[in-house]
Design a binder for this molecule. Sequence first.
Ligand code: FES
Length: 123
Amino acid sequence: MDTVNQTGSSQAHAVCALEQVPDGGATAVDAMLAGGEESLILLRRGRQVSGYLNICPHAGNRLDYAPGKFLLKNDSLICAVHGAVFNQADGLCTGGPCRGQSLHAVPLRVIDGIVCIDPAALP
Ligand code: FES
């Protein structure tokens, strides 16, 4: 995985180019986090990208119906397995079998057109 130098002494790990995430859409990438390699959901709005572990709090399944393909409706992300509905903005489940639980957020930054994981989430 590439390392991107930032201003100061901290470093962030690049996960993909911003252009690889469709604007207004989502994709999945594999990334090395403190707990090991994980699939991440990346959700993009313009130059802002939100990240969550691709693990549904209901039964621990991936949320995509095919690798990197997610059910999105308005501002929601819908788990493809049993239909739990999550806010894209904060990962809170607002309907379905795990209502009130949340996706696990992964802090991201966009640096020079590259989506990077915040160093706090790294090993
Ligand atoms: S695994 Fe996501 S709703 Fe059941």
